[in-house]
Each structure stands twice: as C-alpha cells, then as structure tokens.
Ligand binder design. Structure first.
Ligand code: NAD
Ligand code: ZN
Length: 372
C-alpha cells in the first residue's frame, strides 16, 4: 500500500544524519516502502526488539508485512518496564543478535515505548561499533524518546548513565497503535507533551488546556496536532544542538528531579518516567518561584498536569537528603553542583547552575507527604 501521502511527515535536519518522522493512522503498513525510501532494501536483515506487552499486540503483523516485502526478520522480546534498560538485558540481546547472524549491514527496529527505543538504540549504537536502527514508537511518551538520538541504559546508581548519541534512520509513528495503551501510560505520555509546551510555546500550553478531555480520550481530531506540535518543539531544539552542548539541555525540564525520583523510587514500577517528570516540572516551577525567577508558573503547571491525571507531589518515603545526593550526580551537573532547568514564564525556561541546596531542600520538603 503506497499511501504515504496521507501521513504527516516531519524532518529532522542534521546533515548526513537527517531523517524523516512519519505520523498517522496506518503508517506501519507502509513501513517496507518507507524503509526502501531511506535506502534500507530487502537485502538487509532486520532485528526487531520489543517487550512482552507489545509483542502479542503488534509483533506478528509487523513481521509478516516486512517478510512479505522480502526482508529477513528476527526478533528479541524483553520484559516490560524500566528494568529492561540494563547492561544485562543489553548483553542478552547482543547474544541473540549474534546467534541470529546479524552483521554490520543489519538494521535494528525498536517496536515499543521509550524503554525499548532507548535500549534498542543503544544496542544499535554499540553493536559492531554501530549499525542502523529504526524507531517504531508505540507509546505517547515515545513521541519524545524516539526523536533526537539519545539512547541509553541505566546503571544502578543513575538513569541513562551508559549511553550514546545515535540517530535513527527513520521514525514510523502509527497513531492507531496508541489505542491499546493503558490510561496510566496515556497520562505519562502527556507529561512530556506538556513539557514541550512549557519550554517553548505558551500558545501550545493554552491549546492543551483547552483540549485536555479530548486528548485524554486519544480523540483523532486533536491527537495528531498534539503530536506534531510536541515533536516540532523537540526537532527545533535538537536540530540546533544535536549533542547537548547548549540549548538542548532545556529538554530536561523537570528531569533533574525526575531522575532522582526514579532512581530512589526504584525502576520497578512504583512510579514511571512520565509521572516522575510531572512531579519534577512542578518542583522546578516552585524552585523558580522560590528563587524569584518566575511568578505564578507552578499553579498553572500543576493544574494542567492534574487534569491529565498526573501526580504533582513526591511519593511517600522519599528523603530530601537522598534526593539531593542523587541530583548532585546528575549528568547536567559539573563537579557535583545542582543544575536545573527552570521556568522564567510559561513557554520559556533557562538552565540555572549552582542552585543553593537550602532552597532545593525547602521545595522538596514542601512537596512531600501529599501536600499540594
Ligand atoms: N531518549 C530520549 O530522548 C528519551 C526521552 C524521554 C523519555 N525517555 C525514556 O523513555 C522511557 C519511558 O518510555 P515509556 O513511557 O514509553 O515507557 P515504556 O516503554 O516502558 O512503555 C510503557 C508501558 O506501556 C507498554 N506499552 C507500550 N506500547 C504499548 C501499546 N501500544 N499498547 C499497550 N501497551 C503498550 C509497555 O510494555 C510498558 O509496560 C524512560 O526510560 C525514559 O528515560 C527517553
Ligand atoms: Zn523524559
């Protein structure tokens, strides 16, 4: 089926590493022709990485359509959840890829959410010193993770500590796959959508505020626009600063807090990435207000996130001292300093280095134990 004209195309412009993002219902049926357009012909072996939730839903139909187009296809299925982003799982996949006979011309395909995308991208970045890969995102959150080329696995002492920059050859975002997402994962995805508004575009935030209910239902009248606009912000930032030497850091709004929450609350399902980012963005807004960098941002931020059914206070049992310790190890930090992306107003943020610990502690303490 040659229906690519009915899909939306966005382009990431990075010279020789440029690639298209195709968005729309049914994009996946056209994957063979989209691959061919990118110069990935049926002489290349494909290796799909997916997880145990996604495999029963979409692996067989994807495999069949690729095989029908002549591609040799094999796969690996990992356990669902953040724990799959580990060196142990990484090694297991490399073993399977070697056993399947994958060579340097082979192409990895990430069929899943951000976990599978980050893991698969890191395998592709490292396998035989780097092979091509393709992103087939299946979560709303993966509008963010599938674009921009940051790939990684976690270390027990920190999120995304072992990683690389490795751009995909193609992102094929079939919005019909989102219909099977559990409500909690839909909310998690909107945390990063809201983030893209908060860092860049007040009018996008206002549009989200107007359309929360339809968006939560994944209404096809508004969902594509939310995705184009959010991905558009990501592309605008990444194409200016592919390897995060400057402006790209603003994409980490809420993430210094979020990574500490994820590290301490465990990667085992207590709290997911989008939920941690939601709490982190409220914390960043409160910190900005405390430092007198912004006014009236935290209330609007937390109201919108709550309407997307996202948490805005810290989970019980998180200790401010422990969190500060983890945040000092954050990749943005230099020499253990506390570095945060903080809002100046809705739609505009800046990176603030060396934030005093006392104010950070106050914000954390005010956000503990269910206090709104
Ligand atoms: N690389 C980046 O730039 C970047 C950006 C943002 C987030 N991330 C990473 O992304 C990860 C979070 O991604 P996520 O929220 O997509 O998590 P995820 O990949 O764990 O997916 C969430 C859950 O939904 C299930 N699922 C996925 N697609 C489904 C579907 N279509 N139907 C039913 N269930 C489905 C998964 O099995 C999983 O249980 C984190 O590790 C985060 O660090 C990376
Ligand atoms: Zn994130």
């Amino acid at each position: 089926m040659e229906q690519t004209h009915t899909f939306k195309r966005l382009g990431v412009d990075l010279g020789v590493r440029s690639y298209p993002i195709w968005i729309g219902e049914g994009v996946l049926q056209s994957l063979p022709s989209l691959l061919a357009q990118q110069g990935i012909g049926a002489d290349r072996c494909l290796f799909i990485i997916t997880d145990e939730h996604v495999a029963p839903l979409y692996l067989e139909s994807l495999t069949n359509s690729l095989q029908a187009a002549g591609y040799p296809v094999s796969h690996a299925i990992v356990k669902p959840g953040e724990q799959a982003k580990s060196l142990t799982v990484f090694e297991g996949i490399v073993t399977q890829a070697l056993e399947a006979g994958l060579d340097r011309k082979s192409v990895f395909v990430a069929l899943g959410g951000g976990v599978v995308g980050d893991l698969c991208g890191y395998v592709a970045a490292a396998y035989m010193r780097g092979v091509d890969f393709v992103q087939v995102p299946t979560t709303l959150l993966a509008h963010d993770s599938s674009v921009g080329g940051k790939v990684a696995v976690n270390h027990p002492l920190g999120k995304n500590i072992i990683g690389a920059f490795h751009q995909p050859k193609l992102v094929a975002y079939d919005t019909s796959l989102l219909q099977t997402l559990p409500p909690r994962e839909i909310s998690a995805g909107y945390a990063e959508v809201v983030k893209h508004g908060l860092i860049w575009d007040e009018s996008f935030v206002a549009w989200l505020e107007k359309n929360v209910e339809q968006l939560t239902r994944l209404d096809s009248h508004v969902l594509p626009e939310a995705l184009y606009r959010a991905i558009g912000v990501k592309i605008a930032v990444v194409s200016q600063d592919e390897r995060e030497n400057g402006i790209r850091a603003i994409l980490n709004l809420g993430h210094t807090f979020a990574h500490a929450i994820e590290s301490l609350a465990g990667y085992s399902g207590g709290i997911n990435h989008g939920e941690a980012v939601s709490i982190g963005m409220v914390a960043a807004a409160r910190l900005a207000e405390k430092l007198q960098l912004a006014n009236h941002v935290s209330e609007r931020t937390s109201n919108l996130l709550k309407r997307f059914n996202l948490p805005t206070v810290l989970p019980n049992g998180l200790d401010a001292d422990e969190m500060i310790k983890v945040m000092r190890r954050d990749k943005k930090g230099e020499g253990g300093k506390l570095v945060f992306v903080l809002p100046r107003e809705v739609g505009r943020v800046e990176v603030v280095k060396d934030v005093p610990e006392a104010q950070v502690r106050e914000v954390l303490e005010q956000m503990t134990g269910g206090e709104q």
